[in-house]
Design a protein around this ligand. Structure first.
Ligand code: ATP
Ligand code: MG
Length: 416
């Protein structure tokens, strides 16, 4: 029987995994500077966690969710993103009782039933951050600066940071009305999805990927013209703070996010080197979501970075993987027992030690030492067992050192 990964899913194997770990380590270090603590959330939730928050008319909910009934007849969904699950946890554990801002980060897989293509998978990984309880745009600026630090910390350059404001409960109705007036006049020229969205959620029409809809919506009223006084101040202060922090950014009034829960600030980071899947990270404010989940009125802001989109941008710079500090090459069964014990003893000293499990000829064991990139080699045969003395071969300098067959002495020779 032959098995393969499901379409749109992939295995991540060594040595590629080293890049993933490097990115995760670097992000964790930076999160610490900014006071973010890690949270691990389940990868499945009750389906309704996602429907209302992400939005019934969003692409994610309409087309992309992995939803199924469990054996108890409950509708569950593999999480398509992290924020809705996070807000569910934030309310469930009354985290709003802690001093604001509460700051959390997560790393893990997300699932969307999309058409697989380059940089677009059905299981993909995100590093995300959420900061809660502060409405002030200084927090927005800190969050965008944090995102920029993480991306530059892993060596990414030439990224475009785009920001906009998409208004709030106060100004959204005016904007919606203006948009409907513009779109309504030529609705029959839009796709059937957009015609359906027109009444339910006309803002979603701005996110439609159908080329004729993109063409038809050109010249639609810009959201920034409809912001209320509070949203306008919030946005201009944010821009001022981003300038103070020297975070290069561009205002993109046409930036539309695929999730309904955003309010005020929305942003996206893209790279020109990823073809049409250019977004590497995105985020925004969600000031009404906690209340909608049954918690107190609490502001929130967050972002998510797509791992599969940043890895191809840095892959060229990975150093080739290193090999073990020491490889034991035993020539027979007795020698192999000695090697087994020494290997275990030296591993407790924090070194990477390997032993050959096949007691073949010295020649073939040396060939293997080269293939795995061993830095040092010790051959153990009858003579070595009898005299208790070995040669420690340094593979790069072709130099030998003498040692006894004792872990302590081998260790000092390995670490001069
Ligand atoms: P896109 O416009 O590319 O579909 P999105 O707006 O759906 O992105 P978000 O929901 O904002 O994406 O998710 C944040 C980030 O997660 C994206 O910027 C992207 O880097 C990554 N991402 C989203 N969907 C996928 C996917 N199917 N495969 C790989 N990465 C993804
Ligand atoms: Mg998408």
């Amino acid at each position: 029987m032959k098995h393969k990964t499901l379409k749109g899913l992939q295995d991540i194997l060594p040595p590629d995994i080293a890049v993933w770990q490097r990115i995760e380590r670097s992000a964790r270090d930076i999160f610490k500077n900014y006071g973010f603590g890690e949270i691990r959330l389940p990868i499945m939730e009750s389906t309704d966690v996602f429907i209302r928050s992400i939005g019934e008319t969003s692409d994610i909910v309409e087309k992309e969710m992995y939803t199924f009934e469990d054996k108890g007849g409950r509708s569950v969904t593999l999480r398509p993103e992290g924020t809705a699950s996070f807000v569910r946890a934030y309310v469930e554990h009354h985290l709003y009782n802690n001093p604001a801002p509460q700051k959390y980060y997560y790393m893990g897989p997300m699932f969307r039933y999309e058409r697989p293509q380059a940089f677009r998978y059905r299981q993909f990984y995100q590093i995300g951050a959420e900061a809660m309880g502060i409405e002030d745009p200084k927090l927005d600026a800190e969050i965008i600066a944090l995102l920029s630090r993480i991306l530059s910390g892993i060596g990414l350059e030439d990224l475009n940071f785009e920001v906009t404001s998409i208004g709030c409960k106060q100004c959204r109705p005016d904007y919606r009305k203006a948009l409907k007036e513009f779109l309504g006049a030529k609705l029959d020229r839009f796709c059937s999805d957009c015609q359906r969205r027109f009444d339910a959620n006309p803002l979603r029409i701005l996110d439609c990927k159908v080329p004729s809809c993109i063409e038809e919506r050109k010249g639609s009223p810009p959201v920034l013209d409809y912001l209320c006084g509070e949203c306008e101040d919030h946005f201009s202060n944010l821009r001022n703070y981003l300038n103070l922090l020297s975070v290069p950014h561009r205002v993109n009034p046409n930036l539309v996010r695929g999730l309904d829960y955003y309010t005020k600030t929305a942003f996206e980071v893209s790279s020109e080197n990823l073809g049409s899947q250019s977004a590497v990270a995105a985020g925004g404010r969600y000031d009404s979501m906690v209340k909608e989940f049954g918690g107190p009125d609490t502001a929130g802001i967050g972002f998510a970075i797509g791992m599969e989109r940043i890895i191809p941008l840095i892959k060229d710079t990975i150093a080739s993987p290193s090999g073990p500090d020491l490889l034991f090459c035993p020539l027979d069964g007795k020698a192999a027992e000695k090697a087994l014990v020494l290997t275990e003893q030296l591993r407790t000293e924090g070194l990477w030690i390997e032993m050959n499990h096949e007691s073949t000829s010295i020649r073939s064991q040396m060939r293997k030492a080269n293939r795995i990139g061993a830095k040092n080699v010790i051959v153990i045969g009858d003579d070595e067992l009898k005299t208790g003395k070995v040669l420690l071969k340094n593979m790069s300098e072709r130099e030998d050192a003498k040692s006894s067959l004792q872990a302590g002495e081998i260790l000092t020779k390995l670490r001069p």
